[in-house]
Ligand binder design. Structure first.
Ligand code: FAD
Length: 299
């Protein structure tokens, strides 16, 4: 049996018009199931996704879709935030709707979206459904507390693939970095690759966090298509695809390695389109680079 609660669209902020939006869904405090009321506990782990049913513009019906949460239940319980892009694929359905005026109208008129929840009868509570409860190589659920603190993460995000890492950072800032700010270790480098400056998500916040916690966090925004004359960070793709005379393709990781030379000592995390994640993995293989651990999630 699948249970859902109705969530209000609390925010639909345009990041890049027609391309990327920041979405916030506000959950109710309680859920009523079979005549019983259960308090709704938001305990989602950073790096996991929730399930909702947005409208499909192409199919003209509700569809089930997952979105990785970009904030953290630790400091913003009950508010599910994510960033959603238009895929521009021929089959694009809900991703078109999110960018549309129809979605704006839903927000203005207080129309709700279903969010999947789980009921725990033993504890008498409902919790937000998470796409995975176990850390595996093909998901980005953050390792348990006591484990992740020992790692040096290099997180590579393509486009809205930044969502799990935004959740990590917000959790780490409030959960540990703040309390043990002077210690070294517990490090994350975030490489956020987008086409142009406007597409950078939470850019100012990330610059601020990098300034506040330089011993823990390095932020490398990358613009691949166009950039201002005085752009101080990386320009162009972090990996180059070269066609060999044999017809095969070789992935050159030089731009990435210049920025992160110690990749083989890192815990590498990758998120974004299937093609981009595959290319990066192929480049690592070709150049015999073996990070301590690699975990990837692609949509
Ligand atoms: C764990 C997880 C987390 C995600 N997090 C985010 C996020 O944070 N931000 C974000 O923008 N997106 C995220 N996504 C992707 C998101 O769920 C949608 O898939 C995406 O927004 C595109 O939606 P769409 O409805 O436009 O098209 P699609 O989901 O591509 O679907 C379009 C149509 O194609 C069909 N279809 C899709 N794939 C196949 C296939 N392989 N074979 C046959 N038919 C197919 C579908 O049934 C549908 O009818 C995530 C996906 C997963 C699984």
């Amino acid at each position: 049996m699948e249970y859902v609660v109705s969530a209000r669209i609390a925010q639909l902020q345009v990041v890049d018009p027609g391309e990327i939006r920041r979405v916030q869904l506000a959950l109710p405090d309680c859920v009523e199931i079979g005549g019983a009321r259960y308090p709704l506990h938001d305990t989602m782990r950073p790096g996991t996704a929730f399930l909702t049913k947005p409208w499909g513009m192409r199919t003209d019906k509700y569809r089930r879709r997952m979105y990785t949460r970009s904030n953290s239940s630790w400091n913003e319980p009950g508010l599910l935030e994510t960033f959603i892009n238009h895929t521009h694929r021929p089959q694009a359905d809900t991703s078109v709707w999110w960018q549309s005026e129809v979605a704006d109208h839903w927000e203005e008129t207080g129309k709700t979206l279903d969010i999947r929840v789980m009921v725990d009868d033993n504890r008498g509570v409902a919790t937000v459904y998470e796409n995975t409860m176990v850390c595996k190589n093909l998901n980005l659920r953050l390792e348990p507390d006591g484990d992740w603190e020992e790692r040096r993460f290099v997180c590579v995000a393509f486009g809205t693939g930044i969502t799990p890492f935004l959740s990590y950072i917000r959790y780490m800032v409030h959960h540990h970095w703040d309390q043990r700010g002077k210690e070294r270790g517990r490090h994350m480098t975030l490489i956020a690759s987008v086409r142009h400056e406007r597409q950078l998500m939470l850019h100012q916040d990330l610059l601020g966090i990098a300034q506040q916690f330089p011993q823990h966090f390095q932020y490398v925004p990358v613009l691949t298509r166009s950039w201002p004359n005085d752009w101080p960070s990386l320009k162009g793709r972090i990996m180059q695809l070269n066609a060999l005379s044999s017809g095969e393709e070789h992935v050159d990781l030089t731009p990435l390695l210049e920025r992160v030379p110690d990749l083989s000592q890192s815990d590498l995390r990758i998120c974004g389109s299937v093609a981009a994640c595959r290319q990066l993995i192929q480049g690592l293989r070709e150049q015999h680079i073996c990070p301590r651990t690699v975990r990837t999630e692609s949509w």
